[in-house]
Design a protein around this ligand. Structure first.
Ligand SMILES: Nc1ncnc2c1ncn2[C@@H]1O[C@H](COP(=O)(O)OP(=O)(O)OP(=O)(O)O)[C@@H](O)[C@H]1O
Length: 361
């Protein structure tokens, strides 16, 4: 009897439902596999209104279709602190923060697992992310691997998940192509089967643009656009409207294309220069999380991605004290942006990642 009770407990899973096709299909697949599925929708954004309630309603419909319970948890305050405040503080300090990895760690997976354990006596959670997890018995670590659908792979946003979370997560879509997901959703006649893709950044989706979102929190503040020698070339209306490597929207006529090469929020200046000035041979990383391997004691070779859609490039990663690392690129790289994540891989395996630090001025 004890063994059967344990088996039943093992099979329970809380599935994070956004109301989109990916999480709906993840729930349907787990339900088919005999899991005792419980749907959970996190209410994330303040003032988002209809868009959020549509997601919750669609999630509720999926749970009704599958005949499983649906819970909604209000964590708008957590989202406000970890995402909205984080973005506003970061942009005002002259960096370009990446909210998604932070959202996954602190807003989604952490609170979901906490709620599942505390309220539902359940220690497994699942989402519709495209990624894979493999337990390596030799190292005792849960490895994070790229999705088989490389175009949908979301490991860049998941590098910050720690071992205790990875041990509790199931990614049912990691081995599927997106076309398979749509087909399975249609076969199950899921309400969400034909729902359009959501945008990469939910805040942008609900505000029209990142600029519109930031303008709600940060007042315009006119300042100078200067070259590397401090010569004034134009005016800007707030350093938070700019990002490293940006070329469009500078409003400066010049013989050669100019790019943002640094953002000096303290002196309210945006510094521009030609493309060569926007390349860097190395950068330092903080808040490093080693994922599939333990922190090494010596430098390692890897391929790093410095933006979600950027191609991985060969590097040496040098571990530093205090959850930091230095990355030395084999070839200098364009547009290394403080605040964005650098995630390093060995083939399909995520070795580690962290946040790019500001460059010394
Ligand atoms: N508000 C939410 N509540 C619970 N889980 C969520 C929520 N938003 C996202 N998730 C989970 O995180 C996963 C990835 O979210 P993302 O925002 O990247 O959406 P997506 O890839 O378009 O997936 P979907 O099609 O399910 O919306 C979702 O598949 C879902 O499992």
């Amino acid at each position: 009897m004890v063994a059967i009770a344990n088996l039943q407990k093992m099979k329970k899973v809380v599935v994070g439902l956004s109301g989109g096709v990916d999480s709906s299909t993840a729930a349907a697949l787990l339900h088919n596999q005999g899991y005792d599925v419980i749907g959970l929708t996190l209410w994330l954004m303040k003032g988002k209104g209809q868009c959020c309630s549509e997601g919750m309603l669609d999630a509720a419909k999926i749970c009704e279709q599958l005949g499983v319970p649906h819970h909604v948890v209000d964590i708008r305050d957590v989202f406000q602190t970890y995402i909205v405040d984080y973005l506003v503080t970061g942009y005002s300090a002259g960096i370009t923060p990446l909210p998604c990895s932070q959202c996954n760690k602190s807003v989604k997976f952490g609170p979901m697992l906490h709620y599942a354990k505390e309220n539902l006596d359940c220690d497994k959670i699942s989402t519709g992310h495209y990624a894979r997890i493999n337990f390596n018995p030799d190292t005792g670590r849960h490895e994070l691997l790229r999705a088989l659908d490389r175009n949908k792979d979301q490991t860049y946003f998941l590098y910050d998940l720690e071992q205790d979370i990875l041990a509790s997560v199931i990614f049912p879509l990691g081995e599927l192509q997106k076309t398979d997901t749509r087909r399975i959703a249609a076969e199950h006649e899921l309400e969400t089967a034909d729902k359009p893709e959501s945008q990469d950044l939910c805040l942008v989706e609900s505000n029209g643009s990142m600029r519109a979102f930031l303008d709600k929190y940060l007042a315009p503040k006119e300042g100078d656009i200067v070259d590397i020698d401090g010569k004034i070339l134009g005016k800007h209306d707030g350093t938070h409207h700019y990002t490293i490597g940006q070329r469009k929207g500078l409003g400066i006529a010049a013989a050669e294309p100019l790019y943002v090469i640094s953002i000096d929020a303290i002196n309210n200046r945006v510094v521009v220069g030609d493309r060569t000035k926007a390349t860097k041979p190395e950068c330092t990383i903080h808040r490093v999380n080693w994922v599939s391997i333990a922190e090494p004691s010596t430098p390692i070779r890897a391929e790093v991605q410095v933006r979600y859609r950027s191609a991985p490039v060969p590097v040496t990663v040098i571990p530093l004290e205090g959850a930091r690392a230095k990355i030395v690129f084999d070839e200098p790289q364009f547009s290394i942006t403080p605040g964005q994540a650098a995630v390093w891989y060995n083939g399909e395996k995520v070795l580690g990642g962290g946040i790019i630090e500001q460059f010394p001025s």
